[in-house]
Structures are given as structure tokens and as C-alpha cells.
Design a protein around this ligand. Structure first.
Ligand SMILES: O=C(O)CCC(=O)C(=O)O
Ligand SMILES: [Fe+2]
Length: 477
């Protein structure tokens, strides 16, 4: 049966993996379900061959932390895009609008999640002591197990009993004792000899009888660990998927063919879309060609590593930036040096090292994101100063791919988001002309809902630009 499910997925195009539900269930099948099947009694025939071939492939298969990451990605998508868990379990991306579930995107390739898939997401949340998500996913798992009583698949790790056990404890932790008791009683009916559950029921009864018990109407709230001061705005900007209609109401935000002061551009003007004046943010359409984008991605693949962020003087991975990245030198290929030349022509900035960093290529996988941040250093000990060429004065960010949904670039305080436009480049100044960081540039890469997002960053530093960008003591400029 598992084999059939695998062939089903492999026969679909690779783009099926762009769907986070397909990606999650495939990772789960390869990580834990294979293991369950290999070590099951059903696998008795040809057991040696079966185990040997599993062990041979083991190092290529996703690890437990990959599965945990995929489950966390689903919960991130659920939160940021306000998706219903029931919709996700049915292979759909739905949001409630006036108490009606509405599809926010329809896909040709999707997959339902099994009861065990939902159980696993719930368990990942439970283990992080995130009872909010645990309850939502375990409720879905319990419902799916209840709908098919007595059926259990070899590849499953969970069962209705295990779901009820975790669910009851999650409700208990959230202060909803009567729910915890009802679920424990349901569990006891399936497993009457379970002494631990009987003891728990007695404890819940005592608590309910005493004044220590809290109201059963405790509201489920998202955990504080995902707290961000700007979260509501960030999520709203992500949900609109870029290009707010209000953006077009201001006549100063226009589109033109830009030639600047550069001869190269006179022959081939650049399509410029002004997104914002304060901070100054513009999108240059068709900044690179499809073949250049493909080449940059190809050059980056061997060097991709989990992205890191500055934390004090050091750099380390962080839950708020989930992606892989690689650095490409201008000398690594003519495509890279040509991109540098084009950036210099457009911005008149000096992008020669060490006045700019190498090109950073970033790939966001399922649920990949970069929460609100500044590109410039906000502390003097930041690694940004390692080049000894000052702070990051400007960002040039090229979209090397499109995405099917999500992944827009949200400017939180400036109140707009830019959709992913393949081959376009987004430019903005990070610093005021007096060298101070511009707080209005706070921005984020929204989680990728469906697709495989690639961008390339070119960060230009302050030094070397003295004649290109004159300083000013006016803090407004
Ligand atoms: O991916 C995006 O849209 C934003 C990326 C970003 O801000 C960064 O890499 O610094
Ligand atoms: Fe950034």
C-alpha cells in the first residue's frame, strides 16, 4: 500500500513538491512510515532484503528533524495565511470568511492528510509545549480516526487512543479540565485496563469539584513564542499576496522606462515601477533573463547551506529565517559579473568588492520565510562591519523564480508588499543620507505557500559611494 502511495507521488511531476501538503506527506512517508513498515510483522517475507535495502538508502532519506521542520512549516502557513486545519487535511488551502471556508488558491496537484499525518503535526506542537496548535491538529486527527473505526495502517505510528491521550493532556494544560476528562473517558472506553487514564479521570473529577478548576470556555490562543510586535501587520501584508490596490492611487507611484544617466540604459531602458517614496523602493521588471536566472541558481546549488543571521557578533541559524543560501563571487561566472555591471549602471553605485558583498543566492523551501528584519546593521558589533566598508546602504534583491502562492516581500511600516515577479529586481535604500538606519525599511520574506522561491541579494555598502550618494545632515533624507 505504501509502495502504491509512493509511486503515485513519484509519477506526478516534480512540481507536486511545490505543494507543502504533498511535500509534508512525502517527507513523512520516507522518514517514519518506511521505518514502521520495515519493522512491522507484515514485512516478514523477504525481511533481510527489505531491511538491507532500507539501510542502504537510509542516509538519503529525510531525517527526523526534516519531518519536524516540515510539520512546523505547515503550522507557520496555517498561522500566517489563517488557513483552516480541516481544509489542509482535505488537501485545500482555505480561510474562513464570514464563517464560510473559502479556497484562497486551487491546485491541480494536492493530497489529503491522513489521521496519522495530522497526529504527527499535533505531536510536534505538543513536544514544543505549543498546546494551541497541538489541540487543533490532534482534534483533526481524532476526527479522522473516529470516522474510520477499527482501521489502522501498518505505516501509522498513531491510533485513536494515542491521539486522545495527547489531546486530553493538551486540554488539561490549556486549563480546559472538562474537555480533558471527556476525552480521557472516551479513551478509557477503548482501553479499559489503562490505569494511568483512570487515575487522570479521578484527578480531573477532583479538580472539577474544587474551585481550582478553570472555566471550560478557556479561549485557545496562539503561543507567545510566535509573538512579534508587528505580527498582525506582517500577516495581513502576506495574506494580500503583494500589490495593495491603494498603492496605485498615488500618482507619484508610477511606472516608466528608466534610462538614468547611463549610456547602457539609453539603448535598453529598464521598466521601473515605483512602489514607495519613503522609503524609496522600486521594482525593475525584466532585470535579468530566464537563462541568467537559471544559471545563477545552477551556480548556487553546490554551495547552498542553511541560512544564518547575525546574533550579536556571531552568526547562527534562526527559526525566523528558514532558507538555504550560497555566496557567489563576481569572478565565478560572467553571468554574475554582468549582473554586477547592470546593478552599477542602474544605481550608479560602486559594487566592486569590498564596497558590496558577493551575491547571496537564497532558496526558500516549504514554508520558508524571513520574518521582519533590517538588512543594515543596527549594532556596531554586527558582522556587517567585517568588510570595513561601513553599513549596508542599499539592497538590490532579484527574484530568480516565481511562486504559485505566498512569498511576497512585505514592508511592514511602509505598509505594502511586493509580489514575487520572476526576473525583476527590487531596490531600496536602507540608510538615510546622514548614515542612520531607515526604520521604515523593516521588511520580511513571507512564507512560501506553494512553490520554490529563489532570490539573490546584492548588499551595497556605504564606503565607495561618496560621489554616488552624497551625504546630508537632514535626518529626513
Ligand atoms: O525573500 C524576500 O522576499 C526577502 C528576503 C530578504 O529580505 C533578505 O534576504 O534579506
Ligand atoms: Fe532583507
Amino acid at each position: 500500500m505504501v509502495k502504491d502511495q509512493h509511486s503515485e507521488i513519484y509519477q506526478g511531476q516534480m512540481s507536486a513538491m511545490a505543494n507543502p501538503l504533498v511535500a509534508y506527506s512525502l517527507i513523512k512517508r520516507l522518514q517514519s512510515e518506511w521505518l514502521n513498515v520495515v519493522y512491522s510483522t507484515e514485512a516478514n517475507e523477504n525481511i533481510q532484503d527489505f531491511k538491507a535495502s532500507y539501510e542502504k538508502e537510509d542516509h538519503n532519506l529525510p531525517k527526523f528533524e526534516d519531518l519536524q521542520g516540515a510539520a512546523q512549516a505547515l503550522m507557520r502557513l496555517q498561522d500566517v495565511y489563517a488557513l483552516s486545519v480541516n481544509g489542509l487535511a482535505n488537501g485545500r488551502f482555505q480561510r474562513f470568511s464570514f464563517s464560510e471556508a473559502v479556497d484562497i488558491i486551487k491546485l491541480n496537484v494536492s493530497t489529503d492528510l491522513s489521521a496519522d499525518d495530522c497526529y504527527h503535526v499535533g505531536k510536534v506542537a505538543y513536544e514544543m509545549e505549543d498546546y494551541y496548535h497541538a489541540i487543533l491538529w490532534l482534534e483533526e486527527a481524532a476526527q479522522l480516526f473516529r470516522e474510520a473505526p477499527g482501521t489502522w495502517n501498518t505505516e501509522d505510528e498513531g491510533s485513536l487512543e494515542s491521539v486522545l491521550d495527547y489531546l486530553a493532556f493538551s486540554y488539561f494544560k490549556m486549563g480546559n479540565i472538562s474537555k480533558a476528562m471527556n476525552l480521557s473517558q472516551e479513551l478509557l472506553a477503548h482501553d479499559p485496563s489503562n490505569k494511568r487514564v483512570s487515575r487522570n479521570i479521578k484527578k480531573y473529577q477532583r479538580l472539577l469539584a474544587s474551585s481550582a478548576a478553570t472555566s471550560p470556555n478557556v479561549i485557545l490562543q496562539r503561543p507567545n513564542s510566535t509573538y512579534l510586535q508587528t505580527r498582525t501587520k506582517y500577516e495581513w501584508l502576506c495574506q494580500t499576496l503583494g500589490s495593495q490596490p491603494t498603492h496605485y492611487k498615488d500618482p507619484r507611484l508610477y511606472c516608466d522606462f528608466y534610462t538614468g544617466k547611463n549610456q547602457m540604459l539609453l539603448f535598453k531602458p529598464m521598466k521601473r515601477e515605483i512602489f514607495s517614496l519613503e522609503p524609496y523602493v522600486v521594482l525593475y521588471h525584466s532585470f535579468i533573463s530566464d537563462s541568467e536566472a537559471d544559471k545563477i541558481k545552477e551556480l548556487a546549488v553546490p554551495g547552498l547551506h542553511r541560512s544564518i543571521v547575525a546574533s550579536g557578533e556571531k552568526q547562527s541559524p534562526a527559526h525566523y529565517r528558514i532558507s538555504k543560501s550560497a555566496w557567489l563571487k563576481d569572478t565565478s561566472h560572467t553571468v554574475i559579473s554582468n549582473v554586477d555591471k547592470r546593478i552599477a549602471a542602474l544605481s550608479s553605485l560602486n559594487v566592486q568588492p569590498p564596497y558590496a558583498e558577493y551575491l547571496q543566492v537564497v532558496n526558500y523551501g516549504i514554508g520558508g520565510h524571513y520574518e521582519p528584519h533590517f538588512d543594515h546593521a543596527t549594532s556596531t558589533s554586527s558582522p556587517v562591519y567585517k568588510l570595513n566598508t561601513g553599513n549596508r546602504v542599499a539592497t538590490f534583491m532579484i527574484y530568480l523564480s516565481s511562486v504559485e502562492a505566498g512569498g511576497s516581500t512585505a514592508f511592514i511600516y511602509a505598509n505594502f508588499s511586493v509580489p514575487v515577479v520572476k526576473n525583476a529586481a527590487l531596490f531600496w535604500w536602507n540608510l538615510h543620507k546622514n548614515g542612520q538606519g531607515n526604520g521604515d525599511t523593516l521588511h520580511a520574506g513571507c512564507p512560501v505557500l506553494v512553490g520554490d522561491k529563489w532570490v539573490a541579494n546584492k548588499w551595497v555598502h556605504e564606503y565607495g559611494q561618496e560621489f554616488q550618494r552624497r551625504c546630508s545632515s537632514n535626518p529626513e533624507e
